[in-house]
Ligand binder design. Structure first.
Ligand SMILES: NC(=O)c1ccc[n+]([C@@H]2O[C@H](COP(=O)([O-])OP(=O)(O)OC[C@H]3O[C@@H](n4cnc5c(N)ncnc54)[C@H](O)[C@@H]3O)[C@@H](O)[C@H]2O)c1
Length: 427
């Protein structure tokens, strides 16, 4: 253990990051920039090829960082997972989606861990960063790794440290967010702490991997529930003739006891819609059924339909031409996973409306039965639609021109904050 610790302290430890996505790529680049030799491993060949060519497919990672690190050979990408034999530290950043509602799909973790086991060498530190249910590290990963014949906390070290990155957030890149760490033993926690202290200022150690796993779920479930509540409040406010956005601005003036959450078309991405359901699943196996999680997930899922019903109300339910602005799940982030805007488009099409979309980040929308091309956004095009629904307000879009040209604008994200215009309908 001391030898590995010295290697980490002197930055001589070689680090592998498995999964070069929204989480793994920024993390790998951060360690490489800090002076470690980093190996990025992914079974997606096109991602690996792009990195090798010095390209970045994630907006938060600058092309110049990748090119300079690749040139210096401090960061290398590969699909060859047998290279795991050469490293001292392995960080696992693979996806954790749902198999179906309320059922985790941990197959990516299992596959990555089995591969690590295959290429296990003595004195490795292995850390899972993927969001998962409490117990995963101890109940699933430890026994899988011990199949290699090596013993945890004797031959290798094991910890969980949740990634808390917020894609697109310039104020808090990965290196500015404190890390939470829970090792299987004090030795594992201490090694993980020393490692992360090389890229972040604050590392908070908890007593076990399951406490660290639960920390991430507490954070994300807190968001799901509060978003659910504010979306429900938005629906109430509409009936009561109150502008929810005005109310949130007023509530924000309280210096304590209130934290703003904003209504929206719903929750999307790989985290907020799915992570709390990992917790729901695990708790149910222990006889606890979380009413908060279920209720919030259900409310958030119904918002696209709710907004569509309000749009239909403008035209007495006749089939209409609708333009959806913004297809991604989040502003300025090129990620369509679980996007409520896509759900809105699907629902509107099912109800017989003619739907087009515009998104500067997504030229083509090929998902399930959807095969759409982003329209060219100009005044003439907008005039052909009965209503523009602003799902996500990406920067660089001419919202004034949209308002001038549209018949109605349903503003689901407060793009026209405080603007008085009879064409604007707010969520
Ligand atoms: N996206 C976020 O904002 C965010 C934030 C915090 C935490 N997380 C969590 O981090 C984890 C990763 O999320 P992401 O958004 O980076 O996912 P992602 O889909 O963007 O990236 C995951 C990568 O892992 C690769 N991969 C999958 N299985 C592999 C295997 N066996 N071997 C090698 N490569 C493999 C995939 O090809 C993909 O490139 C998830 O658990 C997620 O919940 C995500």
């Amino acid at each position: 253990m001391q030898k590995l610790k010295r290697k980490i302290i002197s930055k001589k430890a070689k680090i592998a990051v498995i999964g070069l996505g929204y989480v793994g790529l920024p993390l790998a680049v951060s360690f490489a920039k800090a002076g470690f030799m980093v190996l990025g491993l992914d079974n997606n060949k096109s991602r690996v090829d792009r990195i090798r060519k010095g390209k970045s497919y994630i907006k938060d990672v600058a092309v110049k960082d990748i090119t300079s690190l690749i040139r210096k050979k401090t960061f290398q990408a590969s699909t060859d997972l047998s290279l795991l034999k050469q490293v001292d530290v392995v960080l696992i950043c693979v996806p954790t989606p749902l198999k179906r509602k309320y059922t985790p799909d941990i197959s990516y973790i299992v596959s990555a861990v089995k591969t690590i086991g295959k290429f296990m060498t003595k004195d490795k530190l292995i850390i899972l960063e993927s969001t998962t249910y409490p117990g995963t590290t101890e109940e699933l990963i430890k026994p899988l790794l011990e199949k290699s014949g090596m013993k945890s906390e004797k031959d290798f070290y094991l910890a969980f440290s949740p990634e808390r990155i917020d894609p697109g957030n310039k104020k808090y890149p990965v290196t500015k967010i404190p890390k939470v760490v829970g090792g299987l033993s004090e030795a594992s926690s201490s090694l993980a702490k020393v490692l992360y202290r090389k890229i972040v200022n604050k590392v908070h150690v908890v007593s076990s991997p399951r406490a660290a796993e639960m920390t991430k779920l507490l954070e994300n479930t807190f968001r799901l529930i509060n978003i659910g509540w504010v979306n429900e409040a938005a629906m109430m406010c509409d009936k009561l003739g109150i502008n929810i956005w005005e109310v949130i601005e007023a509530a924000k003036t309280k210096p304590f006891g209130f934290m703003p959450f904003y209504p929206s078309l719903g929750v999307g991405g790989h985290c907020i819609p799915d992570d709390p359901l990992y917790l729901f699943w695990k708790a149910r196996h222990h006889g606890v059924s979380s009413k908060f999680i279920k209720l919030s997930a259900d409310i958030n899922e119904k918002i696209p339909e709710y907004i569509l019903t309000r749009v239909e109300g403008l035209f007495k339910k006749k089939v209409k031409k609708i333009l959806v602005l913004g297809a991604t799940y989040k502003k300025d982030v090129k990620d369509l996973r679980r996007s409520p805007a896509v759900k809105f488009i699907e629902t509107a099409k099912k109800r017989g409306h003619s739907v087009s979309y515009f998104d500067p980040l997504i030229p083509y929308l090929e998902m399930g039965a959807l095969h759409l091309k982003s329209i060219k956004l100009n005044s003439k095009a907008i005039k052909q639609f009965d209503c523009v629904v602003i799902a996500v307000a990406h920067t660089g879009v001419n919202y004034r021109m949209i308002l001038d040209s549209a018949r109605y604008v349903f503003d689901a994200c407060n793009a026209y904050k405080g603007k008085k215009n009879s064409k604007i309908i707010v969520l």
